[in-house]
Every structure is written in structure tokens, then in C-alpha cells.
Design a protein around this ligand. Structure first.
Ligand SMILES: NC(=O)c1ccc[n+]([C@@H]2O[C@H](COP(=O)([O-])OP(=O)(O)OC[C@H]3O[C@@H](n4cnc5c(N)ncnc54)[C@H](OP(=O)(O)O)[C@@H]3O)[C@@H](O)[C@H]2O)c1
Length: 347
């Protein structure tokens, strides 16, 4: 429905009912009706936007636990979930944004949002690519893969690279960067279809289904017989522990995320850290939000790579806000193939 000339609109939103313990379920959230004023308050520097695409990100599950950790605040019960998204500006009280601008950044899981914190909101200028890409390859996950690989790993041609959650938004791009750099790349993912995608679409040298592997140490010895120079860790937990037993000298572990741990009240411990001493290995964590100054350079590089078909990207788009709960829970249950996105409204 058009909103021109309207002061207020009905606004469906996905709200958190209660904090989760254990795995997230669709029923932990509700789709509720509300209303929103379509004018940004004068002098507020805020924007009113129409949300177009919402990103399903693993750290949203952590925010549903109600625990507070470092930079990650829990969701507020009864309020719409928040996360990365692509939106169109309907009204702006901010000098840098105008009506009809397209933006990506943090927004609400609802049809329309009032965005007061515009600090990391980025205007979309290139629209000859699918707009949904700004939730993934052209957005925060893309920048995460770029920074993790090119800024932090010091990769060399011929390096043995292992990536976990390799079919996800970050993993699929990281693996392709590593291949373009001349590395030998192995990935893990949670289904035969994803393993097939890794080998036959993203060009990984090898891939395996971690859900069918009872002993990760033995699996890594089989798939990475030379050992691992670079581990790009998206999952933490038992996989990280097994990688520590398979490092090559001077290896680098980039700590990007810990998806296997987000829902746990007490994260699993890591037993094999002493290997980093004997292998003189480096462990490096980072937050992509602290590298936004590299975004323009990254965007130029990645748009060229997409246009030259040197990187490919797979996303799983779920249609309609009413599918959002299922889509979000699906990333933990391995239901998605590629980056999970929710299309809220079409332009
Ligand atoms: N450091 C940073 O600044 C930064 C920025 C962005 C993202 N991250 C982190 O990077 C990681 C990857 O992000 P992403 O955007 O690529 O995520 P994503 O595309 O949403 O990928 C999530 C995937 O994780 C896998 N997964 C779910 N539960 C798992 C488990 N118990 N064990 C192993 N894999 C599991 C699922 O794939 P399967 O079907 O293969 O299980 C799922 O598709 C996340 O941990 C995220 O929080 C960090």
C-alpha cells in the first residue's frame, strides 16, 4: 500500500515474547500489529524508512537469550527485533538523507521503522545489483570477509585455508577470496546440498558435512592432510578445538564468530590452546564495525568482482514478514542454503 499523504500507517512487527533457553523456536516471537507515524520528528536527525529486506544473522540468536556480553545487548521483550536491513527513506530529519534514498544498516523487524541512530547507516548508490545483496555480500558480512582475509590473515599463495559455516554470507565470500588468492580451500557446512555448492559453485577444493563427522580431528586430518595455515572461524566450540590440533607452523586463526555457541548459557571450553605455542600460531579476533572506513574500497573491489563473475553469491530469500520467524530460526537448524534474507516489501 502507498503511504503518500498519510501521517500514520499500520505496521506489522516481529517481537520477542520471552528470552530463550536452548535452541530458538518460531514461537519465541510474535507477529503483532501496530502503527507508526510516518514523519521523522523535526530536529531529531532521525529517519522514517520502509524496510525492504531484513538479514537473518546468527548473533540475533544470542540477543534472544537475554544475556549481555561485551558489545552485544539483549533484545527488549515486546519490542521488534533489530538487525541489518535494506530500507527506503520515507521521511528524513537528517541533513545527509532525503526521501527515496536507499540505505543499509541497523533497522527494525517491521514494515516501517523510525531510525534514530544513523551513525552506521550507509546510503546505497549502486542499484544495478540486487538490493538484497546489501544484507550480505555488499553489506556487513561482505566487509567482514574482506577485512578478515585481506587485513588480518596475511595470506600467501598456496596457503591451506579452512573455513567453517562456509556456505554462510561470510564463509562463501571468504572462501572465494582465498581461491582468488591462490590458496587451497576447504569448507565445512551442514548438509549435502551445501557441500555440493561449496565444491561446484564457489570453487572450494574440498568440503565436508560436519553433521556427519563424529570426530572433527580425524575429519580435518582427512580433508586437510597438510595441516591448516589459516582457519577462519565462524562457529567456535568443538571445531575450533579440533583445528588447534591441525595447525601448520605460524598458522593464523581469525576469530570471526561462534555460531555453535550463541544459544548456550555456558559456552564450551577450548582444550587444545597449547598447540598455539608449539606451532607459534596467532589468534586474531575483530569486529567488522570497526573497519567501516574500508567499506568504500571494499565496495569498489567487490562490485567489480561480481560484474566480472569472479565471485558468485547465493542467497535464500524468504518472502514476507510473516515468514521472518521461521527464516531466522532456520539458520540455526540448517534450513537455509546461502545467506538467509527476508523480503518485507517489494519496491
Ligand atoms: N566479527 C564480526 O565483526 C562479524 C561480522 C559478521 C558476522 N560475524 C559472525 O560470523 C559468523 C558467520 O556469519 P554469517 O553472516 O556468515 O552467518 P550466516 O550466513 O547466517 O550463516 C549461519 C550458518 O551457520 C551455520 N550453523 C548454524 N548452527 C551451527 C552450529 N551449531 N555449528 C556450526 N554451524 C552452524 C548454519 O549453516 P550449516 O547449515 O552449515 O550448519 C547457518 O547457515 C557468525 O558467527 C557471525 O556472528 C562476525
Amino acid at each position: 500500500m502507498g503511504t503518500e499523504g498519510m501521517d500514520e500507517a499500520s505496521n506489522m512487527k516481529v517481537v520477542l515474547k520471552h528470552y530463550i533457553s536452548g535452541s530458538a523456536q518460531e514461537t519465541d516471537m510474535n507477529l503483532t500489529a501496530g502503527t507508526i507515524k510516518l514523519k521523522a520528528p523535526l530536529g531529531s536527525n532521525a529517519l522514517v524508512v520502509k524496510n525492504l529486506f531484513l538479514s537473518c544473522d546468527p548473533d540475533m540468536i544470542f540477543k534472544m537469550t537475554g544475556h549481555k556480553r561485551e558489545h552485544c545487548d539483549p533484545y527488549t521483550l515486546g519490542s521488534p527485533l533489530t538487525g541489518y536491513g535494506v530500507a527506503k527513506v520515507l521521511d528524513s530529519a537528517h541533513p545527509d538523507f532525503a526521501m527515496d534514498d536507499l540505505v543499509w544498516g541497523i533497522t527494525g523487524w517491521e514494515e516501517y521503522s523510525l531510525i534514530s541512530d544513523t551513525k552506521n547507516l550507509i546510503k546505497i548508490k549502486n542499484t544495478d545489483v540486487p538490493l538484497s545483496y546489501y544484507t550480505g555480500i555488499l553489506g556487513m558480512p561482505g566487509l567482514t570477509a574482506y577485512v578478515g582475509f585481506y587485513e588480518l590473515c596475511a595470506p600467501k599463495k598456496g596457503d591451506y585455508v579452512f573455513v567453517s559455516a562456509a556456505c554462510g554470507a561470510v564463509g562463501q565470500l571468504l572462501g572465494q577470496f582465498a581461491k582468488l588468492h591462490g590458496c587451497h580451500v576447504v569448507g565445512s557446512a551442514g548438509s549435502p546440498d551445501q557441500v555440493n555448492l561449496l565444491k561446484n559453485k564457489f570453487g572450494f577444493n574440498e568440503a565436508f558435512n560436519y553433521k556427519q563427522e563424529p570426530d572433527y580431528n580425524a575429519t580435518l586430518k582427512r580433508y586437510c592432510p597438510e595441516g591448516i595455515d589459516i582457519y577462519f572461524d565462524n562457529v567456535g566450540g568443538k571445531m575450533l578445538d579440533a583445528v588447534l590440533l591441525n595447525l601448520r607452523p605460524h598458522a593464523c586463526i581469525v576469530m570471526c564468530g561462534k555460531t555453535s555457541q550463541y544459544h548456550l548459557e555456558h559456552p564450551e571450553g577450548i582444550q587444545n590452546l597449547p598447540s598455539t605455542v608449539t606451532k607459534e600460531a596467532r589468534i586474531r579476533g575483530y569486529l567488522a564495525v570497526n573497519y567501516y572506513h574500508l567499506y568504500p574500497k571494499f565496495l569498489e573491489i567487490i562490485l567489480t568482482l561480481i560484474k566480472e563473475s569472479k565471485v558468485v553469491y547465493v542467497e535464500d530469500i524468504s518472502d514476507g514478514l510473516e515468514t521472518a520467524q521461521k527464516a531466522l530460526v532456520g539458520i540455526i537448524n540448517g534450513l537455509n542454503i546461502g545467506k538467509q534474507v527476508v523480503a518485507v516489501n517489494c519496491l
